[in-house]
Design a protein around this ligand. Structure first.
Ligand SMILES: [Zn+2]
Length: 99
């Protein structure tokens, strides 16, 4: 199934994150408003992940506003990424293949 994660985001500025490891997709996340607080795609994906598979996995981040943009993790997300030892890569177009 092909899914465009960034289209799930209700925000104008859409960011999607996909965590994957050798076995495949661990979790996906997108930026969102949750309990009145903005939640970033990276943090959302980490929250949804199986912790056992997080360490050493790769997180791919995509941003879109009209066209595709590169979206770098903010300080808080970067801290989370460092904590779990995630590798970061950026995505610049075409849809993610999931599942
Ligand atoms: Zn962030």
């Amino acid at each position: 199934m092909t899914m465009d994660i960034t289209s799930r985001s209700p925000c104008e500025y859409k960011v999607g994150a996909l965590i994957h490891d050798k076995k495949g997709v661990v979790a996906v996340g997108w930026n969102n408003a949750w309990h009145g607080l903005g939640i970033h795609a990276e943090a959302h994906a980490v929250m949804r992940s199986n912790r056992a598979r997080l360490r050493g996995a790769t997180i791919t981040i995509a941003g879109r506003r009209c066209g595709w943009i590169y979206s770098r993790p903010c300080e808080a997300c970067q801290a989370l990424i460092d904590k779990w030892g995630l590798n970061v890569e950026f995505y610049d177009g075409q849809q993610w293949m999931i599942g």
